[in-house]
Design a protein around this ligand. Structure first.
Ligand code: F6R
Length: 240
């Protein structure tokens, strides 16, 4: 795993945006794997600015998001569909038909998982997958547990994730209890993975990522089995 240690959140965002920009310029029809949450917001802002200044063209880019709450309507401002529009898609020239996010409004969530998994697997592999990391070490919504899932699945969010995500809602009670998420196998299929981490709260998870253990108690540690991972993290996440 390659480590890029940054002073702070801004530098982390700068480096991540530069990696993505480099790919989009080199391969205008590339596929990006995208995450939501507070961590990639600065990266998306920089990509938006690069598009606005004429430096980047997203017209040939395809995207797959990692996850979506379930059940949730895409119009709900807490949905990841809404988040992606607000923080990136509404500001760049990406084609609507090239954007893929699990459908949190699907009537049959199991079928939706199957549809999404098949879609990811039948498409060109993701060139760069952006990941954040939960305070409990989750990636996507692959939560700690006895075992991990290989494919896209419905997951029950843990107490730790519900309480960490409560900051985006009026109260903890409003945080959805379930989500649809790519599985570990779906994520590891990406050619390159960029994991972003900022802030002291992520220190324990990042420490586990940097030692030699692989454990389902800290799902991100499975990334040690992938040959092309870059960890871009700030000093608070790294040193605690
Ligand atoms: C979001 C996702 C999650 C977040 C993680 C960190 O699509 O898959 O794994 O990346 O919960 O969230 P933030 O960035 O809000 O700390």
């Amino acid at each position: 795993m390659k480590l890029i240690l940054c002073k702070n959140y801004d530098e982390m965002s700068e480096k991540a945006a530069a990696e993505i920009a480099c790919l989009v310029k080199k391969a205008p029809d590339c596929t990006l794997g995208l995450a939501t949450g507070s961590t990639p917001v600065g990266t998306y802002k920089r990509l938006t600015n690069m598009y606005k200044s004429g430096e980047l063209d997203f017209s040939g880019v395809k995207t797959f998001n990692l996850d979506e709450y379930y059940p949730i309507s895409p119009e709900n401002s807490q949905s990841y569909d809404f988040f992606m529009k607000k923080n990136l898609f509404d500001h760049i020239n990406i084609k609507k038909e090239n954007v893929n996010i699990p459908k949190g409004s699907a009537n049959d969530p199991e079928r939706e998982c199957q549809r999404y998994e098949e879609l990811v697997r039948s498409s060109d592999p993701v060139d760069i997958q952006i990941l954040g990391i939960g305070v409990n070490g989750h990636i996507g919504f692959n939560e700690p547990g006895e075992y991990l899932h290989a494919s896209t699945h419905v997951t029950e969010l843990t107490e730790s994730t519900i309480s960490a995500n409560a900051r985006f809602f009026e109260s903890e009670d409003e945080v959805p209890k379930k989500a649809i998420t790519m599985g570990i196998g779906t994520i590891l299929r990406a050619k390159k993975i960029i994991l972003l981490a900022s802030g002291r709260a992520k220190h324990a998870a990042i420490s586990a990522l940097l030692d030699d253990r692989i454990t389902t108690d800290i799902p991100a540690t499975i990334l040690k089995t992938h040959g092309n991972v870059i960890l871009i993290c700030d000093e608070e996440a790294y040193y605690g």
